[in-house]
Design a protein around this ligand. Structure first.
Ligand code: CA
Length: 415
């Protein structure tokens, strides 16, 4: 009874001291001490596609997103998005946000981004570290940075130390399949369409059989040769080592900027083998997570270009860890993004704050993944979805992520 009584007294005095802080003197950034997380709400969104499309791992029949909305006691709202893979149910990350982390961070300061990140990561280590758990942490972290930006009245890129660039050239991610194989002629038409819309970088989905891939790439490369278009390929880990070598050698003279996910993300030895064997840069990392995951990837010599996704790598703390590791390893970071306009806005903030991988007067700049596949609510989720003008996408300078989420769209697609 005495122990219980002491605990009640302790809780009571903590509560009283928190209440005292609410009369903090002016001059602090808005809510720096008294601001608290009041609610954390996950919104899993889903809509069926009229025309399903395929990437190498299967048919995408619905577009989904897992958003998180964090509200503070003084009325600020922050948004984040967990990367929802093409074959992933958005309820997975939503459940983790709700059952694992919401209660953990409610009542704490949203401005303690780093401390809350470590609390979430450490307390989920035994069942987390990768996949949807890290995606859930990523979404929450993004929302906290959105709140921090709004609290300080600055874009996230400024809180990260400033923008190395205020615009970015996008690349068209497309060339998904509607029948599966034998679509080279249609895919050439798609390349012309992207070029006419202003894209000068395009990433072709491959992984539909080595011979089919070679036919497609020969056709697209021939159609785009001399037009100022740079191509990339993405196998979504469809191959083993021997097939990937054969395919990579067949594409050796296409000037590819990178060959993405040739083999499964677990097979670091094959990654390293391909990197030594093939002439083009090897890229990967959209399915890797956190400091330790990327450390293993880099130490194995697996990639030339790391592609962390802000919605699954672990959020901004992880992105900073990865940037530092990459710099020390001579590796370029070029973020991956395949989500809605919330994820795209977060990715733009990170790209702004990404130092040149290899400093030079005309240093190569990161390019923005600009998904061109069907996504019925991608652009309707925010009031200012990103747009391309003259082959470039501007990086917003409004506070936080620089977006306003449309609640009517969230409600319309919420599961
Ligand atoms: Ca990819």
């Amino acid at each position: 009874h005495i122990r219980h009584g002491r605990m009640v007294t302790l809780l009571f005095s903590r509560h009283r001291s928190a209440a005292r802080h609410e009369t903090t003197p002016s001059g602090e950034p808005r809510g720096a001490i008294v601001m608290k997380i009041e609610s954390v709400t996950a919104h899993p969104l889903r809509t069926e596609l009229e025309t399903p499309f395929a990437f190498s791992q299967g048919w995408v029949r619905a577009r989904c997103a897992t958003l998180v909305e964090i509200r503070t006691n003084d009325g600020l709202v922050g948004w984040g998005e967990a990367f929802c893979q093409g074959l992933e149910a958005p309820e997975i990350s939503a459940t983790i946000i709700r059952d694992c982390f919401a209660w953990m961070i409610t009542g704490q300061s949203p401005l303690d981004t780093e401390r809350l990140w470590f609390e979430m990561y450490n307390r989920s280590r035994d069942f987390g570290r990768k996949g949807s758990v890290m995606a859930a942490i990523s979404a929450i972290d993004t929302a906290l940075w959105d709140i921090a930006g709004k609290a300080y009245g600055r874009p996230v890129w400024q809180l990260l130390g400033g923008a190395f660039r205020r615009e970015v050239k996008p690349y068209a991610t497309g060339f998904y399949r509607v029948t599966g194989q034998g679509e080279a002629a249609r895919l050439v038409e798609e390349a012309h369409m992207h070029r006419e819309r202003g894209f000068r970088f395009m990433k072709v989905k491959i992984g539909f059989g080595v011979e089919d891939d070679i036919e497609v790439m020969n056709a697209i490369h021939a159609a785009m040769e001399g037009s100022g278009v740079t191509l990339m390929v993405d196998a979504n880990h469809a191959y083993g080592r021997a097939e990937a070598v054969y395919l990579g050698e067949a594409m050796a003279d296409m000037g590819l900027r990178w060959f993405e996910e040739p083999v499964v993300p677990e097979d670091l030895e094959s990654y390293a083998h391909l990197r030594g064997r093939l002439p083009m840069a090897i890229a990967g990392g959209e399915n890797e997570h956190g400091l330790y995951g990327f450390n293993a990837l880099f130490r194995a010599g697996a990639v030339d270009i790391a592609q962390p996704d802000i919605g699954s790598c672990g959020g901004i703390p992880s992105m900073r860890h990865i940037m530092a590791l990459a710099q020390a390893s001579g590796i370029e970071v070029n973020p991956h993004v395949w989500g809605s306009s919330v994820a795209q806005a977060a990715s733009l903030q990170v790209i702004a704050a990404l130092p040149d991988a290899h400093h030079a007067l005309f240093a190569r700049q990161p390019i923005l993944e600009y998904d061109q596949s069907a996504h019925p609510f991608r652009n309707d989720l925010t009031t200012r979805p990103m747009t391309m003008k003259e082959g470039r996408v501007a990086i917003p300078d409004a506070p936080g992520l620089g977006i306003e989420v449309r609640r009517d769209t969230v409600e319309a697609y919420r599961i």
